[in-house]
Design a protein. Sequence first.
Length: 422
Amino acid sequence: MFSKIIFTFITRFSSSLIGFLLVILTAHAIGAEGRGEISLIILGTAITLLISSIIGGNAIVLLAPSTPAFKLLVPSYGWAVISISITTALLHFTGLIPHQFSIHIFIISMLQAIASIHMSIFIGKQQIKLYNIMNLLQVFLLFTMAVIFYYFLKHQDVMHYVIALYISFAIQAAATTWFIYRDIELTNLSGTNEIIKKILENGLIIQLCNVVQILNYRLCYFILEETHGLTSLGIFSTASIVAESVWLVSRSISLVQYSGIVNSSDKEYNRLLTVRMSKLSLFGSILVMLPVLILPSSFYGWVFGEEFRGITEPLWIYAPGILALSFATVLGHYFAGLGLNKVNLLGSVIGFIITLIASLILIPKWGINGAAMSVCLAYCVHSLYLFLKFRTHTSFKINELWPTADDYIYLKKGIGTFLGRS
């Protein structure tokens, strides 16, 4: 398991590094306003993908170990077409996405949905390496095309970023399709209604949780853009990307932990695994966060451009919430792996309410810093809730948070095993 965590971390670190370079490239090519517009496009595709994942997302991860893949794929594809069409139309007519990019958001979301459905099955079958490679492939292709468009061809518009998205997600969708259909049997669809029912039992709660969570993460984008404009949004979204890069540690750990819990029925193993992984997640996240905070504003101005010198202050405001959620993400995946998705849903709703109230109060007055305060507060409250629920559910003791000799031995053995395999 530790080898999977390290491999996941390496590939996600690579993806994050490439993503960071992509932010630098686009910040210099199209400025803060262009970054703001890209943020709204990405947010639009993320929302449509979340709705489509009611049937094609984490719910099929839980069924993948015991259900023929073809019976999961067919309803997932059908729902993707219906849900993405409706969601994109709603986003368009409510003005939450730039109107000129609505059709592009629809097509890109469809490509993302196809790849996401396939990669959910990879996770359910514990094909973590393949899942990570497919994610890295998309980011690498996006960066490559952006370099060609912005650095070599000297374009300076958002549309060429959209074209790069098209190319990267189309190739990712094609590659995952090849891997999926190479290994599955085309069975009859008998019992599909029962499978859809099982998917919905988990999928509705899981994706409602994810929709609320992304609003928790990104609601402040809409309010900040409305009250302070695209330039402020571009600066804040860049600060968010830098701060949230710390989550590559917790997301790498929790992905492997989640896959393990889904395939385990040992309650004590699941509890001990979660405690150990949460400590590892917090410690690793602190190590990554420190250089992010120590770097001076002049460095960020040099990297992203003079418009972005001011991101240091919101980074400091952001930091406690980022670290709190780094710890709590592992706890959330414990409940998800057991199918207790209502716990995560309630946590997300609590965080969303905090974000909404705080954003409406703080952003109009404090702008970018107000957005950082709002999100930090929501993350901390959400994390506290998950901690208290985990403690109640498992009889977890506070003193178990302290690092132990066994933790050190586990870490040392895991690294040694990984290096030996490498």
